[in-house]
Design a protein. Structure first.
Lengths: 263, 281
């Protein structure tokens, strides 16, 4: 029965793109990097995962991508338990993700345009060359990259343009989940703002897409994210809105927030 | 026994323990490494026949391993033929058997020197480049990018390189054999004055197709081996630019040493095969 039918104004329960249930991970069976992560990321949200270095952010991200399997607990992505996939099925399932890496990770022997065409050619083999090129041009336009750079190699364009190209490539297959792995680390303030704005614009332009940003940048996290998750020592210390973080009395959160605000 | 003697014995015993443990450690490490490379090779071989077939990638790597090695193989083979022939000529002159210089060099080149030297040269040139390229892709997150794009990295990056190496190595070895024999012919007939017709007829009488095929087979195996070792080292690189350097260095060194060791065992295996099927050597 729907909310309207039963006469209440209750919202339908949110659908989750990512659900982690008591995820633990140890590489040496002695020390745990993740010590029981419970996390739910709603579909269509922009969520930022923050935390000091070495708190397990990257390991957590690799669990979401199925690059690591948890020692215990379960990881469900778009309702599918990743533990039930074998490696080949997991490889195919990863097409649901688009990832913008910290270094952009463009293939340095391909031009900007070829980098964006590559995933389309790999996964949409039924498309003609012309159709692939139309999609790639559309994605490059979406991220605001001037077409005059299309035939340059990654080494011939600036860091900001590399990020744009990386994002265009991440968008190439119209993924349901977009992941930004420390997208602004090491960038100057102007470029940082440009990348942050690009993330927000991309998220707004694609309703329904879930965006997850792993970052040290608290400013950006509070400014652009719907939800913020803070990790500490392999556990979720706090998750909620920026307001929840400002109000929190937890010492570590206060420390992080104060540092972030000063920054 | 005095306390001093006991203490000396204890020290020697401790050092002996450390020494033996380090040898066991090295041995264990070696076995583990061989095991990991074998698993990697097994996975890669399975993917050689997996769809989608990477014709473009294979041809790109064949161009790099094959075409781009032609110059260096030609140059080294001619001078190998010249030098080897001259040494054999000097030796055979002492026993008045200079007519046998041609067949001796031909057998040595086609069965041993051709495949081994081609293997060493190509593994240093192309194998090193493979390890460096894959290592760079690993540390620059390009391999992670392939993974999250839903592309099987081993199928895309490793299998085409192995196929290209296995196909190109016999071709390069055939080129090496031919050019080395050209060098030998030039030295024997133009520089030291042996008879052209005798030189050729003695080779025709001695060298058989299976001698050449033996060398080509070995070279294909060497190609498989250096491609697997170098791609394994590159694929498992860690630690930034330093790691890439180490992976390249280890890939090349392990490949070269393995080619020389494996050559000996292959030689014996082939000899046993000849005995079984009744081919006279």
């Amino acid at each position: 029965m729907s909310a309207a039918e039963n006469g209440t104004n209750q919202k339908p329960p949110p659908e989750y793109a990512v659900v982690l249930d008591n995820v633990k991970k140890s590489f040496d069976e002695k020390e745990f990097v993740l010590k029981g992560i419970d996390l739910k990321i709603p579909k269509g949200s922009l969520t930022s995962i923050i935390g000091f270095s070495g708190t397990g952010k990257s390991v957590l991200l690799k669990h979401m991508l199925g690059l690591y399997r948890p020692t215990s607990g379960s990881v469900k992505i778009l309702g599918k338990d990743l533990d039930l996939f074998d490696n080949d099925a997991l490889t195919i399932f990863r097409c649901n993700f688009g990832v913008l890496f910290q270094s952009a990770a463009l293939f340095d022997d391909m031009t900007v345009f070829e980098n964006v065409c590559f995933p389309i050619e790999e996964h949409r083999r039924h498309l003609s060359k012309g159709q692939v090129e139309v999609i790639a041009l559309e994605k490059l336009k979406m991220v605001g990259l001037d077409p005059k750079h299309n035939h340059k190699l990654p080494s011939q364009i600036s860091g900001g343009m590399q990020k744009r190209t990386g994002l265009a490539r991440a968008l190439a297959l119209d993924p349901e989940i977009l992941i930004y792995d420390e997208p602004t680390t090491g960038l100057d303030p102007i470029l940082t703002e440009m990348v942050d704005n690009l993330i927000v614009e991309t998220h707004q332009a694609r309703p329904g897409t879930t965006s997850i940003m792993v970052s040290h940048d608290l400013h950006a996290a509070f400014r652009i994210a719907d939800f913020v998750v803070m990790l500490d020592a392999g556990k979720v210390l706090l998750s909620g809105t920026a307001e929840d973080f400002y109000k929190s009395e937890l010492e570590l959160v206060r420390k992080f927030v104060d540092k972030g605000i000063k920054h | 026994m005095s306390e001093g003697t006991n203490s000396v014995i204890q020290k020697i015993s401790d050092k002996l323990d450390v020494f033996i443990n380090s040898i066991i450690g090295v041995f264990k490490g070696f076995i583990l490494e061989v095991g990991l490379i074998s698993v990697f090779a097994g996975q890669s071989v399975r993917l050689l026949f997996a769809k989608p077939y990477r014709y473009v990638e294979i041809s790109k790597h064949m161009e790099f391993i094959g075409n781009q090695s032609v110059g260096i193989i030609t140059l080294t083979s001619i001078f190998t033929g010249l030098a080897l022939s001259f040494q054999v000529y000097l030796g055979f002159k002492l026993v008045n058997a200079v007519d046998l210089v041609g067949p001796t060099v031909a057998l040595g080149i086609s069965r041993e020197l051709g495949p081994v030297l081609t293997g060493l040269i190509v593994s240093a040139r192309a194998g090193g480049a493979m390890a460096a390229r894959l290592g760079t892709m690993r540390v620059n997150e390009q391999m992670d990018a392939l993974d999250v794009m839903g592309i099987n990295t081993k199928q895309y990056l490793i299998a085409p390189r192995i196929i290209a190496a296995v196909v190109c190595m016999p071709l390069l070895t055939a080129l090496f054999d031919f050019m080395a024999m050209f060098g030998s012919w030039f030295l024997c007939t133009k520089l030291v004055g042996l008879d052209h017709a005798v030189f050729l007829s003695k080779i025709r009488d001695t060298v058989e197709v299976h001698h050449i095929a033996e060398g080509l087979l070995k070279s294909a195996i060497f190609g498989f081996m250096f491609a697997v070792i170098c791609t394994y080292k590159g694929f498992n690189t860690s630690g930034g630019a330093k790691g890439v350097g180490e992976a390249t260095n280890r890939g090349v060194v392990v490949s070269m040493v393995s080619i020389i060791i494996l050559d000996y065992f292959l030689m014996n295996l082939i000899r046993i095969y000849y005995l079984i099927v009744g081919i006279a050597r």
